[in-house]
Design a protein around this ligand. Structure first.
Ligand code: SF4
Ligand code: SF4
Length: 95
């Protein structure tokens, strides 16, 4: 005789509510023309989403780990990195 747990459906609901909404990746866009390669965004990212690339611009290496906290965006002194809002498409002038 199997025992049913009442917490399971609730846990499922919580899990689906907390799931990352579907969004085209990457969620972060670097405007390389404005970026001076200081690395501040990489240092402030709490999820290790960004790494400095060989071209001295940040690269999105783990987009799936991004929680859209916007710390990279608000700390960039040159307005060179943006976190896309839900449903927003990558701007054409992002390079
Ligand atoms: S903080 Fe801004 S300028 Fe500095 S590396 Fe990141 S995107 Fe480039
Ligand atoms: S939004 Fe937050 S988690 Fe995503 S790349 Fe920027 S600092 Fe990292």
């Amino acid at each position: 005789m199997g025992q049913t747990t009442k917490t399971e459906p609730m846990a499922q609901t919580a899990k689906s509510l907390m799931a990352e909404p579907e969004h085209p990746l990457p969620p972060v866009v670097v405007y390389e023309r404005w970026c001076k390669g200081c690395g501040i965004c990489v240092e402030f990212c709490p999820r290790q989403v960004l790494e400095m690339g060989n071209d001295e611009h940040p690269t999105v290496v783990h987009p799936e780990q991004c929680n859209r906290c916007t710390l990279c965006e608000v700390h960039c002194p040159d307005f060179a990195i943006r976190v896309l809002r839900l449903g927003e498409k990558e701007p054409h002038h992002s390079r």
